[in-house]
Design a protein around this ligand. Structure first.
Ligand code: ATP
Length: 196
């Protein structure tokens, strides 16, 4: 089975690219979504997050306030590390279980912003695709989802595309139209559906 990673900065187009692959027969695992499951399934993870970041990350009903945790986590590199140390081990375990359960001839794609800086995970990949787009394009595309400040904070703490490009087997530039992205996705698909 081929295990393909798709990474890139916030709003670069990872999910949009993966959606093309899904249509063509890939199984896509959304690592961010799994991160949510990890916290929901395992109360000890939530407890550790509370100890590390304080009660303000909880909603009045005791559930995780994701947005608040996200804001704190992207305030500094130390906070990012703290969060990763708590969430990555159970997330990697869940991801491996999910990978084992996937069936079918198509490649398995992992959509994860953190792949480039998560060595334990990138080590199990057969192929890594980086999607990149200029900051200006990304801000315009995701402006309605996040405040400009949140976008800036996240961008500042994510590895720059030049660094990620060194680790990637293929780089897809997504500053053009969706049609252009689809064309590049096609070429990538040819590579990953043949790649051993
Ligand atoms: P995040 O890291 O926030 O999950 P992402 O890298 O998964 O983001 P997407 O959600 O795929 O990025 O794309 C961000 C937004 O930009 C979406 O609304 C998507 O529809 C749009 N988008 C992506 N590529 C293009 C494109 N080539 N032309 C126009 N809009 C695009």
């Amino acid at each position: 089975m081929r295990l393909i990673g798709v990474t890139g900065g916030i709003g670069s187009g990872k999910t949009t690219l993966c959606e093309f692959f899904r249509r063509w027969g890939a199984q896509v695992i959304d690592a961010d979504g799994l991160g949510r499951e990890v916290v929901e399934k395992d109360p000890s993870v939530l407890k550790r997050l509370e100890v590390a970041f304080g009660r303000s990350i909880l909603n009045p009903d005791g559930s995780l306030n994701r947005r608040r945790l996200g804001r704190l986590a992207f305030k500094s590199s130390e906070n990012r590390l703290k969060l990763n140390r708590i969430v990555h081990p159970p997330l990697l375990k869940l991801l491996k279980e999910r990978i084992k359960k996937t069936k079918g001839p198509g490649p398995v794609i992992i959509d994860a912003a953190l792949l480039g800086e998560w060595n334990e995970l990138s080590a199990i990949l057969d192929f890594l695709i980086l999607v990149r787009a200029k900051k200006r394009t990304r801000k315009k595309r995701i402006g309605s989802r996040w405040s400009l400040r949140e976008i800036e904070e996240r961008m500042a703490l994510q590895l720059p595309a030049e660094e990620l490009a060194k680790k990637a087997d293929l780089v897809i530039d997504n500053d053009g139209s969706l049609k252009e992205l689809e064309g590049q996705a096609h070429k990538a698909w040819e590579m990953i559906s043949q790649h051993d």
